[in-house]
Design a protein. Sequence first.
Length: 170
Amino acid sequence: MPERRGFARFSAEWWDHWTMPIPETGCHIWLGCVCKDGYGRLGDVPKGTPQLPHRKAYEQFVGPIPASMKVCHRCDTPSCVNPDHLFLGTQKDNLRDMFAKRRAKPRGKEWGDRKTQILALLAENPEISRAEIATALNLTYAYVGLICRQEGISVVRRTCSGKAWREGAA
């Protein structure tokens, strides 16, 4: 992670404990509470209100967030807190980015085609990771994760040390 600056600072050890780097994508995945939308949640003890970890990471490592701005992900991975993957934008900017990168939930034939392609790759190699599927199909890591979660497809995830575990339905 880059040098910290900004308001309340969490220690490097704290970030190391609550995040996991994914070498294939450069993402730092939030390991704390993650809600159905894929975004992490962080209880801000002094204020007693839940915070979004990617917003806290931006504030800590980059700087303040103006009230009208969103913290958007270049990597399209909602649980990523790597400040190098985060940028400020309006809601309109975020929606434009979503449609330009085809992150909007696919419908109909496109959804079925992507699901079929993922299942074909898994049939060829059951140990293929989500990142490898994304690369092979020219999709984002988050898009592959969305399809797998929605369709109950089990995929392998790997840590930076190469340790693997199965994510999703068996």
